[in-house]
Design a protein around this ligand. Structure first.
Ligand code: CUA
Length: 323
């Protein structure tokens, strides 16, 4: 009999997939926790996942034994006990233990957090307002810096529709609901840059609202916050005003009327544009101003493709100077 060539096994593909998955990025992984609450959530996942796997193995073992095992004479009393233990006692004990483990993770009402940050979900970006110890509020957008080892209380809400705030390595996701403020406390335990996302469908560009959450040592955080609180670098906002940009965007110290759109005070210092959609470069900024809808469908900002070239360049000069 002729041997047929060996068929490709799906197992090989699965193994390959597993290997490539193990090299996954960790900046958006809930299984690589970098804060207290995230560590507890990851631990809960492993406890529940492990508990579920053990129960599954036991049930499968019994099922296989029942189908394939050799028949043995059993008394009725044995059958009754088996059902009582396997069907009542065992699940009760396992579920009670898992419930206690889960309940222990409920957040405690601790002392006041060191920092308070207000984050508002918008279509489709993040309004971020830091509260300074003096009570003064400092607004920025789409970038969250957090101090290592210090507790931060995030006040989450929304203006338009329901969004959901989620930085997987730093904490569980929490809905942002118009007219309501949800509190999320985070104490980061590792420095690094993590990717935050919106986890609730909120419109056409739901998948295009991301932000960078960076954990830095407390000294660097204090330095950054002081710089962020300062007014914008001196620059000429005349073209920006003429085009009407100031009706929506505020640039602290230079253009103070707007406030509907993202604050642009230190725009050129940010790593990304349009809530994590584009790199922060002059070319990307020009593309964005020309036609925001082409990059982010349903974004509220109108396109400015018909601006005269010198006006456009003057606006770009101004924005790129906002360090
Ligand atoms: Cu905001 Cu989805």
């Amino acid at each position: 009999m002729q041997r047929r060539p060996r068929e490709r096994r799906p197992g090989a593909g699965i193994a390959l997939g597993a290997v490539s998955l193990s090299a996954c990025q960790t900046d958006q992984s809930a299984l690589h926790p970098a804060s207290d609450p995230a560590r507890e959530t990851a631990a809960l996942f492993w406890w529940l996942g492990g508990g579920g796997a053990v129960v599954w193995l036991v049930v499968m073992g019994i099922t296989v034994y029942a189908v394939l095992g050799r028949r043995r004479p059993s008394t009725e009393a044995f059958a009754d006990r088996f059902i009582l233990v396997g069907g009542v006692v065992f699940p009760t004990v396992v579920l009670a233990v898992l419930l206690v483990i889960g309940l222990r993770l409920l957040p405690a009402n601790g002392a006041a957090a060191a920092w308070r940050v207000h984050v508002t979900g918008e279509q489709f970006w993040w309004r971020i307002v830091y509260e300074l110890p003096s009570g003064r509020q400092v607004e920025t957008a789409n970038r969250l810096l957090l101090p290592l080892g210090e507790e931060v209380e995030l006040h989450l809400t929304a203006h338009d529709v329901i969004h959901s705030f989620w930085i997987p390595p730093l904490g569980g996701k929490l809905d942002m609901i118009p007219g309501r403020t949800n509190l999320l406390r985070i104490r980061p335990t590792a420095t690094g840059t993590f990717r935050g996302v919106c986890a609730e469908f909120c419109g056409m560009s739901h998948a295009l609202m991301a932000f960078e959450a960076t954990v830095v040592p407390p000294e660097d955080f204090a330095q950054w916050l002081a710089a962020e609180a300062a007014p914008a670098a001196p620059a000429d906002p005349a073209a920006f005003r003429r085009a009407g940009c100031g009706a929506c965007h505020r640039v602290r110290g230079l253009v103070e009327e707007g406030g509907v759109g993202p604050d642009l005070t230190h725009l050129a210092d940010r790593a990304t544009l349009a809530a994590g959609t584009l790199p922060m470069t002059r070319a990307a900024l020009a593309r964005w101003i020309d036609d925001p809808q082409a990059i982010k469908p349903d974004a509220r900002m109108p396109g400015y493709a018909d601006l005269a070239a010198p006006e456009r360049e003057a606006i770009l000069d101004f924005l790129m100077a906002l360090k």
